[in-house]
Ligand binder design. Structure first.
Ligand code: NAD
Ligand code: ZN
Length: 378
């Protein structure tokens, strides 16, 4: 089969690889019909995630049709249409039972963290979903079965595997409530969904921060948020504090690591802001109000220098973080999409063949061609 493989920094290739096989009784194989590229994949190709080997198949936002099931799979049959979450989880351990599937105790034999498709040896080493076929372990739990009556196209549903659901979890985990002021750093897919859901939770004010103009304009147009281009401010933290009269109740970091980030340099420069050289986390720590909450949704992969502990500890700021446990939210996300309460269509800007994945990565990484999210079709 054909699959998107990691070939070193900033290099992916679609290659011919071996078809996946059923290895355990509760595995299934799906024929992938759509598979999206995520901001998390950019950290992989920027070399920011350890334990990643060449020729490894990446991707964790697939959906498709059940092709084959192991003898232990009771919840699905061949031909069922499914969305596959980025989490791989057993559904049985104390974490899964407490809606924390992203930290399942049984799916990762390689480290003390949860398991995800296509996200390096650290997170289980499972091959990813940017491929024609995918082996899904713990198949009885690691899926959302799309009802047979559903006629929604893949493009509206595939974001349920991660970006949309992660956006919902971000505001939920941060405890966004009626009347809150919410600042979202990042106008990529995760940030855009966080903005939509901040409104849904009753926020009275939502402010989006980025430096890519077309993405800021998109956020303003589709999500009706106030926008701030951080490059236009000497100190955006102070500016945000000023316009929110003391800081936001909740600040969501939907950025994470940035290939060019160097916080020590940034701090040494007196926090003079320059695109791509300072982290959203440092700005978030300035823009949050005393006793407010920072939700770290953006991915950080290793040790992190320049962590703004002083801004956080001295002001009683709460930090919430993690990989989103998406599985238990998927039925609710499906209901929101199928009832029309949330239309995710605007977030998917490009639908292209899997064979053109290299181009898809290029425009998503460089933020060109008005790219917001790319869905690949095997
Ligand atoms: P993306 O690359 O499309 O979006 C990131 C956006 O942040 C871009 O528009 C970029 O211009 C902007 N940006 C860069 N530096 C910034 C800064 N300092 N301040 C404000 N904006 C800045 O990626 P995405 O798909 O939207 O994902 C966003 C983040 O969420 C990534 O770090 C990704 O790994 C992470 N993520 C986390 C989870 C989770 O479960 N925690 C799930 C999915 C994605
Ligand atoms: Zn993702």
């Amino acid at each position: 089969m054909k699959a998107v493989t990691y070939q070193g920094i900033k290099n992916v290739e679609v290659k011919e690889v071996e078809d996946p096989k059923i290895l355990k009784a509760d595995d299934m194989i799906i024929k992938v019909t759509s598979t999206a590229i995520c901001g998390s994949d950019l950290h992989l190709i920027h070399g920011m995630i350890p334990n990643l080997e060449e020729n490894y198949i990446i991707g964790h936002e697939p959906m498709g049709i059940v092709e084959e099931i192991g003898p232990g799979v009771t919840k699905l049959k061949k031909g069922d249409r499914v969305i596959i979450p980025f989490n791989i989880a057993c559904g049985e351990c104390q974490y899964c039972k407490n809606n924390l599937e992203s930290q399942c105790d049984n799916s990762n034999d390689h480290g003390d963290m949860g398991a995800y498709f296509g996200y390096s040896g650290n997170t289980g080493g499972y091959p990813g979903g940017q491929a024609e076929y995918l082996r899904v372990p713990f198949a009885n739990f690691t899926h959302f079965k799309i009802p047979e009556t559903c006629e929604e196209p893949d493009e509206k549903l595939s974001v349920i595997s991660d970006a949309m659901t992660t956006g919902f979890w971000s505001v939920d985990n941060a405890g966004v409530k009626e009347g809150d002021t919410v600042i979202v750093f990042g106008c990529g897919p995760v940030g855009l969904f966080s903005q939509k859901f901040a409104w849904l939770k009753g926020a009275k004010r939502v402010i989006a921060v980025d430096y890519i103009d077309y993405r800021l304009q998109h956020a303003k147009r589709t999500n009706k948020v106030e926008i701030v281009n951080f490059e236009q401010h000497e100190n955006v933290g102070n500016y945000l504090k000023e316009i929110t009269k003391g800081g936001a109740d909740v600040v969501i970091d939907a950025v994470g690591m940035d290939g060019k980030m160097n916080d020590l340099e940034f701090l040494a420069s007196g926090m003079k802001l320059q695109g791509g050289t300072m982290s959203a986390l440092v700005m978030a720590a300035q823009a949050v109000r005393k006793c407010g909450t920072i939700q770290l949704t953006g991915v950080y992969g290793g040790r992190y220098n320049g962590f703004p502990l002083g801004d956080i500890m001295q002001r009683n700021v709460n930090i919430r973080s993690g990989q989103a446990p998406v599985i238990h939210y998927m039925p609710y996300m499906f209901e929101l999409v199928s009832s029309g309460k949330i239309d995710p269509s605007d977030v998917v800007s490009h639908v292209i063949p899997l064979s053109e994945a290299k181009h898809g990565y290029e425009i998503f990484d460089t933020k060109t061609d008005n790219c917001i999210k790319v869905v690949l079709k095997p």
